[in-house]
Ligand binder design. Sequence first.
Ligand code: NAD
Ligand code: MG
Length: 415
Amino acid sequence: MQNQIIREEVRASQQTAPRRVAVLGATGSIGQSALDVIAASDGRLTAAVLTAHRQTAKLAELARRFRPEIVVVTDPQADRAPLAETERTTRVLYGPDGLDLAVSAPEVDVVLAAIVGGAGLRGSWRALEAGKTLALANKESLVLAGSLLFDLARKTGGRILPVDSEHSAIWQALASCRPAATPYGASDSGTSGGKDLVRRLILTASGGPFRNKPLDELERVTVAEALAHPTWKMGKKITIDSATMMNKAFEIIEARWLFDLPAEKIDVMIHPQSIIHSMVEFVDGAVIAQMGTPDMRLPIQLALCGMERRPGPAAPLDWNAARTLELLPPDEERFPAIPLGRRVARDGGSAGAVVNAANEVAVAAFLAGKIPFHKITGICQSVLEHHQFEKEPSLERLFELDRRARMETQTWISD
Ligand code: NAD
Ligand code: MG
């Protein structure tokens, strides 16, 4: 990771031509924030590709505004009529093959993976296969197939840069021990290691809307209450994942792959204010934290610009307001997803694909009113425990395990 940071910084500073971005999931929450960043970049970034699943009218509007080379509608059944005008000036592709073509197109420098769920893995995979830089918001890609994605990146020279705010914070904190930042002109020796100098990573978590709710009331919380996140505005699925803390479980797994550290070195602290985005504790006891307003446009910009710092649309912190920053250890009885995430990070293999699939189906069932909130994590645990663990599944096998786990989850839901 450390060498990757330096390579990426050098690459970004040498490149004066605009970086051409493929925004996968352009109509979503991260997609919209990314387009804000591109619009505010003074031409440093351009939108070369925009994709959406079904929202073709919104995609047509974005195409008018951002003039991409290619737009992709990933659901072949989506209504094509709103794109009639777009088709006169822009290549419009449909379905998963269209996504493959667009992601590997020569017009693309960086692929922002901002599709939600396991469906995002295909775009991440194709981007790395084509040797592109992958700015990764879709953490499910790493939960499902972290090991295979990093193997692929090593083969093709593709890069994976974090967009998730916690992992971006860690990326920034790790940069503090790189040679260029060493004071007193000390030589590079002894400072170029990255992970050897890390005692632990501390992922912060807001605690979501139910941090203080009496445990016996969790079975009665409504969808609207679960969707009312106290600090972040995000898509529905990740908002529910934040309420159950499955999001933090996934972030433990994500950190395990991104920074190549064992699960035992990845801790979680509850930080209700969402100002400290995460921290690294180094072997000498120093703790480096990254702070800022809870605004995804900052980590998105950093990844798209390869760690280059420049003014952007994210609002700065208001230093005139008095502020208290709390850090509390998480209550693992309230949030059993945290030990679950640590276990999946430790086991690897087929565990991530299974728990991700189970979670997607369980969250959809909660949103549809079919199961109560407190059952989501329990169902994921049951599906995980009942599956036959495999140590080194291939990509094809992971897709098969994903499909089976989805069916298995349905049976737990109807029980
Ligand atoms: P969202 O629901 O707002 O948007 C999802 C996007 O994916 C939309 O553009 C939609 O058209 C597209 N999409 C949905 N299903 C698809 C499918 N089957 N195939 C192809 N495209 C599909 O989601 P979001 O909140 O923007 O989250 C996107 C990803 O970023 C998730 O993996 C999430 O965990 C991650 N993330 C989000 C945030 C945040 O603040 N929203 C923060 C960190 C990480
Ligand atoms: Mg996050």
